[in-house]
Design a protein around this ligand. Sequence first.
Ligand SMILES: Nc1ncnc2c1ncn2[C@@H]1O[C@H](COP(=O)(O)OP(=O)(O)OP(=O)(O)O)[C@@H](O)[C@H]1O
Ligand SMILES: [Mg+2]
Length: 511
Amino acid sequence: MNEDIRNANKDYEYILDCQNISKSFGGTHALKNVQLRVKKGQVHALLGENGAGKSTLMKIIIGLYKQDEGNVLFEGEPYNVSGPAEAIKAGISMIHQELNPEPHLSIAESIFLKREDTIKNTPFLNKKLTNQRAAEILDKFNIKLNPKMLMENLTLAQMQMIEILKAVSCNARLVIMDEPTSSLDSEETERLFQTIRELQAQGVTIIYISHRMEEIYQICDSYSVFRDGTFIGSGDLKDVTTGQLISMMVGREVKNVFPKVDCKIGDVVFKVEGLTGKGFRDISFEVHAGEILGLSGLVGSGRSETMRAIFGLDPITGGKMYLDGKEIKIKNPSEAIKNGIAMVNEDRKNFGLCLFRSIRENISLPNLPKKQKGLFINQKREKVECRQIADVLRTKMASIESEAYSLSGGNQQKVVLAKWLQGSPKLLILDEPTRGVDVGAKSEIHSLMSKFASEGMAIIMVSSELPEVMGMSDRILIYHEGTLNGEISRKDILSGKADQQYILAKEFGEK
Ligand SMILES: Nc1ncnc2c1ncn2[C@@H]1O[C@H](COP(=O)(O)OP(=O)(O)OP(=O)(O)O)[C@@H](O)[C@H]1O
Ligand SMILES: [Mg+2]
């Protein structure tokens, strides 16, 4: 290439220019002739419903998939890599939507995985130096973890933070963030935003994927929208409203993101008194038939920990639980299910799905005893029922027999929900029920919650998205460092007496 063209390319307006990209998986056209143009130094939002093709394009960019058609230009020059390690060398790193931690590696080993050579040029890894460098990085981002700690001992949010550090610490000029905040709380999200602003100040470009619209407006400059594997449009965020973006994404109008229906609140279904366990102490509350009880708090404040203990995943060391007025003791999840308690967990990969089983099997699994007639399962009915519930949630899938791993992240979450909703439990515990779910489907899941509540189910919902907790709860309990630090009624929210600031202050411990 002659010098003139090279210089012209350097000044090229777009750091990344993906042209006419297509990609199919078997019969599924994940991407059809899409474009994505990102200006240097911007934070660019990539938007679209679950299954729109966002992650697929990102995986093509870092060389995990090869496109069937189309070209990618990076910094004005043809760009072609055969995998993430090569992408990093070329200047592009990625934070993945689905975390794949190597459980037996330490934090330090994990941060430098596949780029050990950046530490020292010897065939033998210098452990001490790796730990030292990792400690510096952790310190820089103000994360108080020992670099020698094993990945398997981290919480989901901590793993996510390590994943973020890994991507931003390798001096990439383009960082792809695929739903980086889906398991972070407001404090950690703010820390990530600070990091993004620092990177931007250094001239780094960012592609930001998220289903949380308020984040998009907070941190991004420009956007592109995909729908069903096609490119719909792009522009500057200052020129569009949330409503306009949503209709570009879903191709129809979503009237109400939080379709909470006020329904009759009945008798107490479930009650805990002085419940104590790892990460929480002396928790007392009741939840009534028809009620949606929201739990807010920072990650690690004890919300999920309490729910795990109620469902029998972790031991209870003190206190009592009552269902329909009778004391119950739950030692494991199958006892919880027998008592009519169901739980949708925040970590779908570890608790929710068998990735290599079909969607039908995943939905049916916990509901099999009901479907069984003598020794046989009515397979035809099973299939019809599974398809019905998957359709209600608008699960985008090739077939009900496809394996769960082939679904996009948000669609996997819908299958987890479908599996529990089918069992009609008395008490439904939802831990981050719409994590990674797009706006349209979120509204459908919220509608379903309202519907189940109106049929008399008691629902407890843990969510780190304040608009969701505030939009859907009849009552909100606020956790702070393992104990309850306040309760708010729907009336207080609707009247504006309790707003986001008020809840946040309580989450941070204000009396
Ligand atoms: N490895 C695969 N095998 C088969 N189909 C796949 C595979 N990866 C993705 N798909 C399909 O391609 C389509 C696009 O998926 P993709 O993961 O890119 O969506 P997404 O926009 O990232 O969605 P989400 O917001 O849910 O993460 C989906 O229909 C998905 O089922
Ligand atoms: Mg995705």
